[in-house]
Design a protein around this ligand. Structure first.
Ligand code: SF4
Length: 359
């Protein structure tokens, strides 16, 4: 790619105006919106605006930009038909994944997006964490994944969640730029409230997100309120003292005036006891809270150092204990465990049963 070439899928209209001006070509905001609408909102193969395109501008855009999408290596539907895992290859050979997930409302879908190739956070229960970090994905790569999934979906894709490979706040600028493109009228046209960013709890970035008044839904993965256990389960995020994380959560709840969603990966025999619920009560019970319980999908046996899911008895005891908090507790059901598509299972694996064409 020549040095002056930028990728259209990673741009907002104002970015395209600035890029073209820097390249010596006039481009109005209206023209930039038309170009990006064609290529992103409509998913067209060519960025030429529909109405009265200015020839000089179209030629300059062809010279100065590119709009190719990532190559799709695999599409792997699960056996229940609730999810499809996509494996993409970037021009440098990096592999990344996205998962189309069916919502409860018929014919409505969301896309689980990766923000990085691998992940540096090393969470003990996550296959991505065991890969280590290769690199951040660029906004155009994440948008490309979203568009491919959207365009192949036989229904309405009206949401996006950053819960695939990677810690979104470890690649903060790229993720926020992507979210802005996703909800731009000339971009993905996804409602802001349908974009969710999930973090393992990186305090400086939570503070920045709060200060910037970002409008997307935020989920903070806590998973343990016992400092030593949290440090073991979330080795990188757990280095920050819990008190600092709690202070950042408080600040977010106050400034964003939003209910704080706390994710809790339920690990059988590890984090379902009284000590954890007491920690939640002591730290956060005065805040407007929602707790999402997520089944662990370790993909390894306990004998291999993996975690098991909570038994029905452990789960029901945990739910009973959580009642003291008087906050909504939602059990999030993962889909796609049989095809390595569920939370914590994305590891860039190729599968023999992939579907080579659109599903
Ligand atoms: S759970 Fe999320 S943050 Fe932790 S290792 Fe996995 S992808 Fe990274």
């Amino acid at each position: 790619m020549p040095p002056t070439t930028v990728h259209l899928l990673g741009l907002l209209p104002e970015d395209l105006v600035a890029h073209m001006e820097a390249a010596g070509e006039r481009c109005s905001l209206t023209e930039a919106r038309q170009v990006l609408s064609r290529i992103i909102s409509e998913g067209a193969a060519d960025p030429t605006p529909r109405r009265e395109p200015r020839r000089a501008l179209v030629e300059a855009i062809r010279r100065q930009t590119t709009w190719e999408r990532l190559e799709v290596l695999e599409r792997v539907p699960d056996e229940e038909g609730k999810s499809v895992r996509y494996l993409f290859r970037s021009p440098d050979g990096a592999l990344s994944e996205a998962v189309r997930i069916g919502l409860l409302k018929p014919d409505h879908y969301t896309v689980c997006l990766s923000s990085q190739v691998g992940c540096a956070m090393q969470c003990a229960f996550c296959a991505t964490g065991r890969l280590g970090l290769t690199r951040n994905l660029a906004p155009w790569e994440i948008i490309s994944a979203f568009l491919t999934v959207r365009d192949e979906t036989p229904g309405r894709v009206n949401g996006a969640v950053f819960m695939g490979q990677g810690e979104p706040f470890h690649s903060y600028d790229a993720v926020i730029q992507t979210a802005r493109i996703l909800c731009n009228p000339a971009g993905g046209r996804v409602a802001k409230e349908n974009i969710t960013i999930s973090t393992v709890g990186l305090v400086p970035q939570i503070r920045r997100y709060t200060r910037e008044l970002q409008p997307y839904k935020l989920i903070i993965s806590l998973t343990s309120t016992v400092a030593a256990r949290r440090a073991e389960l979330l080795p990188v995020a757990g280095r920050t003292p819990l008190a600092e994380l709690v202070a950042a959560i408080r600040e977010y709840a106050t400034i964003a005036q939003d209910r704080v969603t706390v994710a809790w990966v339920v690990l059988g025999g590890v984090n379902t006891g009284d000590d954890e619920v007491e920690g939640l009560r002591a730290m956060l019970s005065d805040l407007p809270l929602r707790i999402n319980l997520i089944d662990v999908n370790d993909g390894r046996s306990e004998r291999d150092g993996g975690f098991r899911r909570a038994t029905p008895a452990e789960l029901s005891e945990l739910l009973n204990r959580l009642q003291v908090l008087r906050v909504p507790v939602v059990r999030r059901y993962s889909v796609g465990q049989d095809k390595d598509s569920a939370c914590g299972m994305l590891a860039g694996r190729r599968t023999a049963s992939s579907v080579p064409s659109s599903t």
